[in-house]
Design a protein around this ligand. Sequence first.
Ligand SMILES: Cc1ncc(COP(=O)(O)O)c(C=O)c1O
Length: 376
Amino acid sequence: MNLFDVYPLYDLEIVSGKNCYIYDKQGREYLDLYGGHAVISIGHSHPHYVQSICEQAARIGFYSNSVVNSLQKNFAERLGKISGYEDYSLFLVNSGAEANENALKLASFHNGRRKVVAFRKAFHGRTSATVRVTDNPSIVAPVNQGMEVEFLALDDIPAMQNSLAKGDVCAVIIEGIMGVGGIHIPDPAFLRALRKSCNETKTVLILDEIQSGYGRSGKFFAHQHAGIRPDMITVAKGIANGFPMSGLLISPEFKAVHGMLGTTFGGNHLACAAALAVLDVIEQEKLIDNTARVGEFLIKECQPLAQIKEVRGLGLMIGLEFDKAIKELRKSLLFEHGVFTGVSGSNVIRLLPPLSLSMEQAGLFMEKFRLALKSF
Ligand SMILES: Cc1ncc(COP(=O)(O)O)c(C=O)c1O
C-alpha cells in the first residue's frame, strides 16, 4: 500500500531529536526553528517527559472515559492555575481541529444560534465546521459548505459591531495570533471591543490558542496581552510536546449535560502523563519567561535586516515577510546551514522553535540566517 500523497515533502528523514536540535538518518544536525509546526514546547525528547510517558505506559496507557481518571483532574487543576483560568472547566480531545469543532458545537448548543463569524486568512482546522471557518475555499469540500459563516477583516471594529448587532451570531472564533495566515496579531483594542460586543449580543467568544497558546507568545495565552477573558479557549500543539492531545477551556456560564460531547481517546492516561510532564518542565525551567526574552532578542535582531519587509510576532511566534518568494531561502537554511524554519504562504518565514530555545541558540540562528541572506 502507498501513502496517500497529500504532503509536499523535503527529502529528509528526521530520526531523533534533543532539545532544540533534530538529526536526520545520516546523522546530520539541524537547529529546529520550526518545532514541528509549533508543536514542540519543552524541547525534543526531554528526559523528564520521556520518563513520565514510559512509566505511565508501563502502568496503563489507556482506559475509556467511563471510569474516573485522576490524571485528567490533576491536569485540569494544574492547567487552570498556570493559565489563570481556575474557574473554567476542561474538555479533552485529540487534535486542534477537534477542540475547535467541539467549541463551535458547544457554543451552538448554548445559545441555539447557527451563524459563525471568523476572520480573513484564519485557519482553524480541517474538520467539518472548522474548515468552514477557515478562510481557504480550496480545502472546503461541498459536504462542509452548509454552515453559515461570515468572514470579516481582522481589526475592523465597525464591521464587527455591525455584524454582531443583528443578534443572530452564535460565536466569533479568532486566533490569539494568526499563524497559518502569516503571523498577524489582533490589535488589543479590537479584542477588547470584540469582548464588549459579544457580551452585549450574547455571542460566544472563542479564542483559538492552538498555535499561539501554551506560552508561545511570552504569556500563557496570546489574548492575555490584551487583558480579555474569552468564553472558550482551545489549546493543542504544545500541550503535550507532540503527543496528540488538545483541550477546550470552558467558562462557568456553560452547563455540562451528560452525553452532549464525547470522545474515545481524549484525555487518555498516556496523553495526560505527557501533558503533566510538559507543565512540570514549563514551570521548572521558566520557559514562558525564556520565550519572552529570546523572542524579543530575535525580533530586535531581525528588524534591521534590509531584505525583510516586515517583522511581526510576539515571543517565539515570529513572521518575517519578504517581498519575494522564500522557498529557496528556506531550502538553503535547511540544506546548507542546518536550520529548519516554517513558512506562511509564499513570502513569510515562520519561526516557531521550542520554547526552550536558548539565547546562544538564537544567536547561532542569527549567524546562519545572515549568511543565508547574503546569497538570497
Ligand atoms: C490556529 C490553529 N487552529 C487549529 C489548527 C488545527 O490543528 P490540528 O492540525 O491539530 O487539527 C491549527 C493547526 O495548524 C492552527 O494553527
